[in-house]
Design a protein around this ligand. Sequence first.
Ligand SMILES: *[C@@H]1O[C@H](CO)[C@@H](O)[C@H](O)[C@H]1NC(C)=O
Ligand SMILES: *[C@@H]1O[C@H](CO)[C@@H](O)[C@H](O)[C@H]1NC(C)=O
Ligand SMILES: *[C@@H]1O[C@H](CO)[C@@H](O)[C@H](O)[C@H]1NC(C)=O
Ligand SMILES: *[C@@H]1O[C@H](CO)[C@@H](O)[C@H](O)[C@H]1NC(C)=O
Length: 325
Amino acid sequence: MLHQITLAATLAAAVLPSSVSAGPLSSPKRGLVFTPNDTTRADDSIWIEKPSSITWYYNYEPEPEPDYAKISQSELEFVPMLWGAPSKLDDTSFLTNVKNQIKNGRKITNVLSFNEPDGPYSWGGSNMDVVTAAEVWVNNIEPLREMGLRVGLPACTGAPTGINWLRNFLKACSERISESGQTKNCTYDFVTLHWYGNFDGLASHMGTYSAEFPNKTMWITEYNLADESLANTQAFYNISAEYFDRLDFVERYSLFGAFRSDASNVGPNAAMLNKNGQLTDIGAWYLGRQGTGIIPTGKSGAYLSTAPQVSAALLVALSVLALVS
Ligand SMILES: *[C@@H]1O[C@H](CO)[C@@H](O)[C@H](O)[C@H]1NC(C)=O
Ligand SMILES: *[C@@H]1O[C@H](CO)[C@@H](O)[C@H](O)[C@H]1NC(C)=O
Ligand SMILES: *[C@@H]1O[C@H](CO)[C@@H](O)[C@H](O)[C@H]1NC(C)=O
Ligand SMILES: *[C@@H]1O[C@H](CO)[C@@H](O)[C@H](O)[C@H]1NC(C)=O
């Protein structure tokens, strides 16, 4: 309880004095969701220029970006991902691939599993039924965990169906293991979350995961406030970064926004680059630098900028602390 009050008081102090709250400039938890666009490959170097507070990245693939392949794990940790089901169920190429990278000297310690398996392909999900997912997991992920790598539970969509999918998956996975004569459950080291929406929803979503998976640390591997005004998007960015940095059980987070504003599928204001490939305020803040004042614009011009609703954000923050503590 004392802990809760302290958190709330600090948060309130940060929000109340003016209409803006300064987000934390740098954080060791911060990562890059790498989403290159072939027409603007020159932008790839932006994310690895120094100074940067980005310590890790993933690219939805088992192997590093060719552009980044020479960077050591200690400089920028690459985290391989097993995105979805291979075409053959007994395929173990992900496992082999990660083992080979380790053999060749890349010190891989963390692995991400399925990307939005509860979502259809048309939304970027990997659209997997839990029995297939269990088979692929047992063939590829369990052996890596036995080698001592840390693995994340699949990252479901932010929809309420996500937790249900994970419950059914864990059940199917344990059944699949017991068929092979072993008595153990499918195990994992951290849960991974996606969220698109406001801070209230984000914090409540995290509360749901805390309740379902007690004592598991969290990685928020995709999040943003989509299609909102610039002021609201910046306020959301600041308050969520502050929140993630404050909570010990949040181990890592990665903002979905490392692309140009005119190519953004979450609205121009959520993008870390403007349409000319220059860092926006959010982009610069995320890298741990001072804001640039550069305004992101979409294909048809800028979004209207309105004042952030500070008192609403504070109420939400306070009510949410009760949920996740
Ligand atoms: C967000 O934080 C930055 C500093 O990191 C600050 O300059 C800016 O005013 C803040 N904006 C809002 C809307 O909270
Ligand atoms: C597997 O998980 C179930 C449900 O959480 C639990 O009841 C059971 O004891 C676990 N089994 C093992 C071997 O850990
Ligand atoms: C959570 O961790 C604490 C401290 O390690 C332990 O006492 C508690 O039993 C754990 N709770 C669950 C539900 O695993
Ligand atoms: C790639 O970038 C160009 C130029 O910004 C944009 O028009 C295009 O829609 C982008 N492609 C994708 C798949 O986002």
